[in-house]
Design a protein around this ligand. Structure first.
Ligand code: ADP
Length: 195
């Protein structure tokens, strides 16, 4: 069997919509040489390809809702088992978003004989992310969808901070400031965890 580098990072990034998670995730994945898996990107690709999953997901995403846990858990389980992630590690962006997804992630990694390196919380206050999202003008960023997504975040995803904290995996990073400043803070946390 192929040797897997012990430095392969397996991390999760959590943060409100508009926290800069997507941008920072791309930079982190590049710097640490791991595979960036954005569940939002996976779903948007399915929408663009017009698959059955895409048809189901589009309506939910436009309304600012969450795609079902079973569907998401299946997508992530399949993706994490691929050889590129085995070899290089992964940064999960947009998953887990619910307690059920967090439990699933733990099972998936255990089945693969792997553990999580760190879960980073990219912390930006709610008023600040609202301002940023209105400014970026993405098509699914209607005021109603933004409010719904932020409410779902507080309700379903914020409790995961405690879930990761209880496992000693949580690191909170201040997401205010320039993109470079935030990136340096994030990279430092990951370097420390990698030892
Ligand atoms: P944002 O940048 O607004 O956080 P993402 O790109 O992460 O959005 O995801 C876009 C949409 O895709 C979400 O609003 C949600 O409808 C759906 N989605 C993405 N990841 C998940 C997930 N893990 N569980 C359920 N729905 C998801």
């Amino acid at each position: 069997m192929a040797e897997v580098s012990s430095s392969a990072v397996r991390m999760v990034i959590l943060g409100r919509q508009g926290s800069g998670k997507g941008t920072q995730s791309l930079r982190l994945a590049e710097t640490f040489g791991c595979v960036h898996v954005s569940t939002g990107d996976v779903l948007r690709a399915a929408v663009a390809a017009g698959t059955e999953l895409g048809r189901q997901a589009q309506e939910i995403m436009d309304a600012g809702g969450l795609v079902g846990d079973d569907v998401m858990n299946g997508i992530v389980a399949e993706r994490l088992a691929q050889p590129d992630i085995e070899a290089h590690g992964v940064l999960l962006d947009g998953f887990p978003r619910t307690a059920d997804q967090a439990d699933a992630l733990e099972r998936i990694l255990t089945d693969l004989g792997r553990t999580l390196t760190v879960a980073v919380n990219l912390d930006v206050p709610v008023e600040e992310v609202k301002t940023r999202m209105m400014a970026r003008g993405r098509e699914d960023d209607t005021p109603e969808a933004i409010d719904r997504r932020l409410a779902l975040y507080e309700e379903q995803t914020a409790p995961l901070l405690d879930w990761f904290g209880a496992r000693g995996l949580l690191a909170t990073v201040d997401g205010s400031g320039s993109e470079d400043e935030v990136f340096e803070r994030l990279a430092e946390v990951v370097r420390t965890r990698l030892g």
